[in-house]
Design a protein. Structure first.
Length: 342
């Protein structure tokens, strides 16, 4: 019996039960597991804190932020006079017999649209062809310079000298793109002559001048054809820019308000669109000098300048009111009370 006990004591660690770790290794595993658990807990606390700050702010609805947004837009519209244009600088924004509703709503988007981006490029074909493939396209619904263009040459692919020219030009506006219209090749303006000139080869060192036109309509509106010309009007471009600024301010107010996303297009973006329209709409005035348009363009000003002008006008108004109050408070307070006729 004593011999058996001694043999058990002399057993080596390798002879221990399978799957059982030594005490030292157990301590190391426990220590590493504790560190990992602490890291995960710390990471979870950081994420919970970052999410908790926004959730605590949006855990209830704050209508005061929407009221602040609407009040700010109303202040901008009231304190900035978009129609304060000198009679000598009135620009027509409508047509004969136009009514107030049309003038104040859609007229500003219809005036001045449809203009094409025109440019001239000079390509050195280096003894080869220009590398432009074109197609004769019927575009009778597009209006250019008051004339209906029934057919035009549209670029369908670019290679060779034209592709090399594009690689050397930094600005995308100066490049030749698929969909551009070729209106002149050298001195040729007729369709058949231009097609022949585009397919021909040129002597080394001879540079070819091309007249290219491109629509300013955004790509997502080109399917509308000539009906999308409103997107190129100066008033629409100013309106869309103002919508992005005012809508960004509205997005911040919505984020702080705690309301669901469904309120964004209905209450915030619609208000930004209406506010921007009031800043860049056309103005209707029947009391204008002879020969001047009744429906005229508003002041061509950016949203930043409009806000600055509204703020300056607000300061001047407050200073004037304070001066009147300081001069005779009693008389000033009486002037605020409406007089009732008995």
């Amino acid at each position: 019996m004593a011999g058996d006990a001694k043999e058990k004591k002399k057993k080596k660690p390798s002879e221990e039960k399978e799957g059982e770790e030594p005490p030292a290794r157990k301590k190391e595993t426990a220590a590493s597991g504790t560190v990992k658990d602490k890291d995960k807990e710390a990471e979870g606390v950081d994420q919970a804190a970052s999410k908790g700050a926004l959730s605590r702010l949006r855990q209830r609805r704050w209508p005061v932020f929407f009221v602040l947004y609407v009040a700010s837009c109303a202040w901008l519209v009231c304190m900035y006079d978009a129609c304060d244009v000198k009679p000598s600088k009135l620009q027509d924004c409508g047509h004969s017999g136009i009514q107030y509703t049309e003038c104040a709503t859609i007229a500003c988007f219809l005036k001045g649209g449809g203009k094409m981006l025109k440019k001239q490029v000079e390509i050195d074909p280096k003894g080869e062809s220009l590398g432009l493939d074109v197609a004769e396209v019927d575009n009778s619904d597009r209006i250019r310079l008051g004339e209906s263009i029934t057919k035009e040459l549209i670029v369908t692919s670019i290679a060779g000298a034209a592709a090399e020219y594009n690689s050397q030009v930094e600005s995308a506006e100066d490049r030749i793109l698929v969909g551009d219209s070729i209106t002149k090749v050298g001195s040729s303006t007729k369709l058949q002559q231009m097609q022949k000139a585009l397919l021909g080869t040129y002597k080394a060192g001879y540079k070819v001048t091309l007249s290219v036109q491109r629509s300013n309509v955004p790509w997502y509106l080109k399917w509308l054809g000539s009906k999308a010309d409103f997107a190129t009007s100066p008033s629409y471009q100013k309106w869309s820019r103002s919508v992005s600024y005012v809508g960004g301010y509205g997005l911040l107010c919505w984020l702080l308000s705690g309301y669901p996303p469904a309120s964004l297009p209905v209450y915030y973006f619609s208000v930004s669109g209406l506010t921007s329209l009031m800043l860049h709409r056309c103005c209707y005035n029947e009391n204008v000098p002879d020969g001047k348009p009744h429906c005229h363009k508003s002041r061509p000003i950016d949203i930043e300048d409009a806000v600055a002008e509204a703020w300056s006008r607000t300061q001047a108004t407050l200073a004037k009111q304070y001066k009147s109050f300081a001069k005779d408070p009693q008389k000033y307070m009486k002037s605020l009370v409406p007089k009732l006729k008995l």
